[in-house]
Write a protein that binds this ligand. Structure first.
Ligand code: ASN
Length: 531
């Protein structure tokens, strides 16, 4: 994840409908045309003077500068109004495929994409788009509103402006959903309120970013682009998928009817941690459907928590051939089914295997020991156990599913003693996990001076990629006079004079806020580095 560079960022805003642009007709809200014309009249959405001075084309809007210090950094955007516009209750896979194809057609022309969408099915849309868009290297943000943008008191302006600013200023290569100052991973979000402006939540993953006086990006949560593969749009999503919510006493005959062909996959919402009735006739219907090849994914109807194998009433469903949906939202599970069933040439087992895997960050992968019983429970625990001789002869450089070694865990936890032992055992001090992160970076984030010192003494170096964003991070720390944070970076070898995204170094930022460098609350090495 990087802060976008360059003075001009170009976005495409795809307006599909939803409350944000709705008008009241005969007492009810219906989709309204002409959103771009409305935005043009609102100074927060369009700087007419700048547009004239630059001779921007008629269809291009430009935001005022986000920071007065950088008047040349502008987010320009074009609103593409779909025809027809929808209340999102009418959106289907067909419309979402069209959105994905629109992004594909314009992928080279724009730095990022905002999809303006109704909120009712926005979590479905974001989930489907996350699977359709493979190798995404640009930011895609869905947003909308609970109240139309024309209303005096509304959430549409804030939501749309936030989405444009985030997509324009940051490269977050995911399909995201922005609402009420929070940027969620799209396939982790769900709508939880019909009226409140905080309409969405993400029960199993914290926001990727939050917007207040500052923008805080949770970098460690943002998925990394793997390789340089070009964007692939999977348009062949399976439409014959369904959602069945169990309720106490649901008759087996009803389940039988629901599971009939042409249905090829179903998300079954179950009780609690994935439990359901254990009536033999109902289990028999599920078993028969699974045996003819219907994919049945078990998702809990609870907002929080995952499907487990704690209860007989849950294992009975697994025994009937259902697949655990773990902590996926039903929206994500349905989209994933549609995607997996749409992939050509896979065996039934191949599809089941894909359903169980984390493909787009939609599910929390099972703990290492659940999948590899021979390994100890956590990376750190494993490393320590091995050091204590509990598993003599095993490989200390074993990685977990994120590619992290025991040294990563020890560094993240600031366990100086364990770091020392692991280094003595010859673990690679510069090992990178699947996101390219080293133990040293994790120690810096945790501000563990002891661990940083040990790792540095053993030859640890921050990679150019890890340093990529450090200028901006250092400026942020300097703006808060965060001596401890700056010292951790300095100790790890970062150049504190490195410019941030707007060309200013941590020192510039600090001096801009405090009249004299003599006021620096930074002591010792960090102060020396800045001055
Ligand atoms: N019914 C509207 C829609 O989903 C709700 C909204 O956008 N707030 O299009």
């Amino acid at each position: 994840m990087a802060r976008a560079t360059g003075p001009e960022r170009r976005l495409l805003a795809i307006y599909t409908g939803g409350t944000i642009g709705m008008r009241s007709e005969r007492g009810v809200l219906v989709p309204g045309r002409g959103l771009a014309a409305v935005l043009r009249t609102l100074p927060m959405f369009h700087d007419e003077g700048h547009a004239r001075a630059c001779g921007l084309p008629e269809d291009t809007l430009v935001l005022p500068p986000a920071s007065p210090a950088c008047p040349d950094q502008r987010v320009m955007y074009t609103v593409l109004e779909c025809q027809p516009l929808f209340d999102s209750s009418d959106m289907t896979i067909t419309e979402w495929v069209q959105i994905a194809q629109t992004i594909e057609r314009h992928y080279g022309q724009y730095h990022g994409f905002v999809v303006i969408h109704g909120t009712d099915t926005m979590a479905f849309a974001a989930s489907v788009l996350s699977f359709m868009l493979e190798n995404l290297q640009k930011t895609v943000i869905l947003t909308g509103a609970q109240v139309p943008i024309h209303a005096l008191w509304n959430d549409g302006r804030e939501n749309l402006l936030g989405a444009l600013l985030l997509a324009g200023q940051y490269v977050i290569p995911e399909v995201c959903l922005f609402f009420q100052n929070q940027l969620f991973r799209g396939n982790r979000a769900t709508k939880v309120d019909t009226r409140r402006f905080a309409a969405f939540c993400s029960p199993h993953l914290p926001p990727l970013a939050t917007v207040g006086a500052d923008v805080t990006i949770n970098r460690e949560l943002v998925r990394r682009v793997r390789g340089q593969g070009r964007l692939v749009v999977h348009s062949s999503m399976e439409r014959d998928v369904g959602l069945l919510r169990l309720y106490p006493g649901i008759p087996a005959s009803l389940v039988r009817v629901f599971l009939q062909p042409p249905l090829k996959g179903v998300v079954m919402e179950t009780f609690g941690s994935g439990n359901g009735p254990t009536k033999p006739d109902l289990l028999q219907e599920l078993r028969a459907a699974a045996e003819r090849g219907l994919l049945i994914v078990n998702c809990t109807h609870c907002l929080q928590g995952a499907v487990t194998s704690d209860y007989g009433a849950g294992t009975a469903l697994a025994g009937a051939g259902t697949i655990s949906g773990s902590d996926m939202t039903s929206e994500a599970a349905l989209a994933k089914l549609s995607y997996v069933l749409g992939l050509p040439g896979l065996s039934l087992d191949g599809r089941k295997e894909l359903l169980a895997r984390d493909l787009r960050g939609e599910v929390t992968p099972p703990a290492v020991d659940e999948l590899r019983p021979s390994l100890r429970s956590s990376t750190l625990g494993r490393g320590v156990a091995q050091l204590l001789g509990l598993s003599q002869g095993s490989d200390l450089s074993l990685e977990d599913f994120g590619g992290q070694t025991p040294l990563h865990s020890a560094a993240r936890g600031g366990q100086a003693g364990v770091v020392t032992m692991l280094l003595q055992r010859g673990l690679d001090v510069n090992a990178r996990d699947k996101d390219g992160l080293s133990p040293l970076l994790l120690a810096v984030r945790g501000r563990h001076q002891g661990a940083i010192g040990l790792l540095r003494a053993a030859g640890a170096r921050l990679s150019p990629r890890e340093l990529e964003d450090s200028g901006t991070e250092l400026c942020r720390l300097a703006s808060r006079a965060d001596c401890e944070g700056l010292r951790a970076w300095w100790q790890a070898g970062a150049d504190l004079k490195q410019p941030g995204y707007d060309g200013r170094s941590a020192l510039h930022v600090y001096l801009g806020l405090h009249s004299s460098s003599r006021d620096l609350p930074l002591s010792g090495s960090a102060a020396w580095c800045l001055t």
